[in-house]
Design a protein around this ligand. Structure first.
Ligand SMILES: NC(=O)c1ccc[n+]([C@@H]2O[C@H](COP(=O)([O-])OP(=O)(O)OC[C@H]3O[C@@H](n4cnc5c(N)ncnc54)[C@H](OP(=O)(O)O)[C@@H]3O)[C@@H](O)[C@H]2O)c1
Length: 339
């Protein structure tokens, strides 16, 4: 039974959206508590019209908790997760700490909901750029198979947390006033610039963010044969990640057929009418839960290629929505088991 829940990292960019979603989707619970760092402990936040005092993360905070939805830095997750699991809670972890651990399911409900069955107390939610891509891949993968993916991302500063988002505003303002700005969340100015590096170097010139897209995608599909060539770029768009995706399919797929597959897939909104200048853009995807797909084209450079553009709110489907959907899967599964 899931009755008592804790939101860890409730003050963060993702955590604050988790709160909005729990309220919006009327997520069922008996009690709820909000945890963050010592910096926030004792402050209050509003949830469902009531003030709640934020507690500091500690082992005892998880006493009698059944479900944890957590959005903290990796190292914080590694520290507190055993405290919660030892006390009988299931942890849905947004961080990268557990995603690639063999015993931890990495779940996107539209793609591999069945994977939650194998959890041993922790269920991981993928990196934001992976999540929207695998949702967009799923209908095509199921219909004709996918052998190769070439993807370039255009990632918003909100993907680097509340501090990243704030630095875009502050850096832009300083730039407009002709002042210098000391960026902490980024290695270079993000205002009026693009940064073709997210994360540190991981493998043969690819960054950690890029290799997450490779490893996580293969794990979610349970298919180690998918070849993926990613380039991840930070762009000065406040929120929502965009991706230019080229899929090489195992057998031929007409663009019209792909359009129908996207149109009929729950979780995807197709917006694909170049003649009327209709295609996904961050400004429209902001605060929405779907993955938006458009600019569908046949690859004119080779066989069996489908090119398209994909946009999603990284704080919602890329993080908070995915975690809350996993929580809903757990609740529904419990309800079914009980009948
Ligand atoms: N942003 C995205 O688009 C996105 C997408 C997918 C996954 N994620 C992952 O989600 C996680 C959270 O990201 P975010 O963007 O929400 O970051 P954020 O805005 O920096 O928020 C971090 C949260 O963690 C808490 N925290 C930090 N240190 C802590 C500590 N020592 N003890 C307890 N709580 C601590 C913070 O509490 P205080 O306010 O008290 O410091 C805050 O609530 C990260 O692992 C990130 O990789 C983010």
């Amino acid at each position: 039974m899931i009755e008592n829940i804790a939101v860890v990292g409730a003050t963060g960019a993702v955590g604050s959206i988790v709160l909005e979603l729990l309220e919006e989707r009327n997520f069922p619970f008996k009690s709820i508590k909000f945890l963050a760092s010592k910096r926030s402990a004792g402050k209050s936040l509003t949830f469902k019209g009531e003030l709640h005092v934020i507690e500091e993360l500690s082992p005892n905070a998880f006493q009698d908790i059944d479900l944890v939805i957590a959005s903290t830095p990796d190292e914080v997750s590694l520290e507190f997760t055993p405290w919660a699991v030892e006390r009988g809670a299931i942890v849905i972890d947004e961080s990268g700490a557990h995603r690639m651990m063999e015993h931890v399911p990495l779940v996107v409900p539209e793609v591999n909901p069945e994977a939650i069955e194998n959890h041993q107390g922790i269920i991981a939610s993928p990196n934001c750029s992976t999540t929207q891509m695998v949702v967009a891949m799923k209908p095509i993968y199921d219909a004709v198979g996918i052998s190769r993916v070439v993807v370039s991302t255009y990632q918003a500063p909100s993907g680097a947390g509340a501090a990243g988002e704030q630095e875009l505003f502050d850096g832009t303002q300083s730039h407009m006033e002709g002042k210098s700005f000391d960026y902490q969340a980024f290695a270079h100015p993000i205002a009026f610039n693009l940064i073709p590096q997210i994360g540190s170097e991981k493998f043969e010139g690819y960054t950690s963010e890029e290799m997450k897209m490779v490893f996580e995608t293969r794990k979610i599909f349970g298919d180690e044969t998918i070849q993926i060539c990613p380039t991840c770029v930070r762009v000065p768009v406040v929120n929502c990640h965009s991706e230019s995706i080229l899929l090489e399919t195992k057998s031929a797929l007409e663009v019209d057929a792909a359009r129908e597959l996207f149109r009929n897939f729950e979780g995807i909104t197709l917006q694909d009418d170049l003649a009327s200048q209709s295609y996904p853009m961050p400004i429209d995807a902001n605060k929405k839960d779907d993955v938006f797909v458009g600019r569908l084209r046949k690859d004119i450079s080779g066989p069996n290629g489908l090119a398209f553009w994909c946009v999603s709110d990284n704080l919602r489907k890329g993080a908070a929505t995915n975690a809350v959907q996993i929580a809903e899967l757990l609740v529904n599964r419990n309800a079914t088991c009980g009948t």
